[in-house]
Unconditional design. Structure first.
Length: 259
């Protein structure tokens, strides 16, 4: 039942029956018969069986609620038929839509598969090494990128290039159960008041913010963030480096060839 119509699924085919096409509903014990008008151009009776008679009765009540007479002209809403494509065709169609209209990373992944694998295998370098380099490099890059995000290295790079340091007021986060979480209040150079959530508590009453996005802040600390960066590297960075080693070896062998 959806949007005032009965959706009848049989295999990969679905028939959408509007309430105006239903003539009668007959519930008997654990079965339910839905009788349609003769001009419906489908089977005039649809039968549903369920081991729970209460479920059958509830479904019959829902179907009766959408039954109504046709409009004054005598017209009834037409039936609609939908057929689901077989799995390989449906998967290929979904992949096509993602590549054409989805995230640009889908297009980059397609180019990586289409061009990367032939280059890794056909170039005059060890084919097995090239295949493993091509296979493991995306995982290595993703893990290294995750480490950069966990260690806030990208934020620190932005702050080093264009960050602005201003006076700030720190206080405990009232919506967090952790005792070390805090919020910071400060005014930007153009007078806007901003409340942000830094990852660490600053050692001074200062904050460094991105003028293009004042909610992106960095608290001045001594070396406390190095511990976070090291812990994140132990979790993701080491595996990112390990998965990238075959690609590095393959590239070194390629550069060593006498072209």
């Amino acid at each position: 039942m959806e949007q005032g119509a009965l959706h009848w699924k049989r295999g990969r085919a679905t028939v959408v029956v509007p309430g105006t096409r239903i003539r009668q509903v007959e519930a008997a014990e654990k079965s339910l018969a839905v009788l349609l008008f003769e001009d419906a151009q489908v089977d005039t009776a649809m039968t549903v069986r369920h081991r729970n008679r209460d479920m059958v009765a509830a479904l019959g009540t829902e179907i009766e609620a959408i039954m109504s007479d046709a409009d004054p002209s005598g017209n009834r809403q037409p039936l609609q038929r939908h057929s689901v494509q077989v799995w390989p065709v449906r998967a290929l169609a979904d992949l096509r839509d993602r590549v054409l209209h989805g995230s640009p990373w889908w297009r980059r992944a397609l180019w990586y598969v289409v061009l990367g694998l032939p280059l890794a295998v056909w170039l005059p370098v060890e084919p097995l090494l090239g295949f493993f380099a091509w296979l493991l490099l995306p995982a290595g890059v993703a893990l290294l990128r995750m480490w950069v995000g966990m260690a806030e290295l990208d934020t620190r790079w932005v702050m080093w290039r264009r960050g602005i340091t201003v006076r700030a007021r720190y206080e405990a986060d009232p919506y967090s159960e952790a005792t070390n979480n805090c919020v910071v209040h400060f005014h930007t150079l153009d007078g806007r008041q901003v409340t942000a959530h830094p990852a660490l508590r600053g050692r001074r009453d200062e904050i460094r913010y991105d003028p293009q996005d004042p909610s992106r802040v960095l608290a001045p600390t001594r070396v406390a963030w190095l511990g976070v960066a090291l812990a994140a590297f132990m979790l993701t960075g080491i595996w990112g480096v390990a998965f990238s080693i075959p690609a590095i070896l393959w590239l070194m062998e390629l550069l060593a060839l006498p072209f």
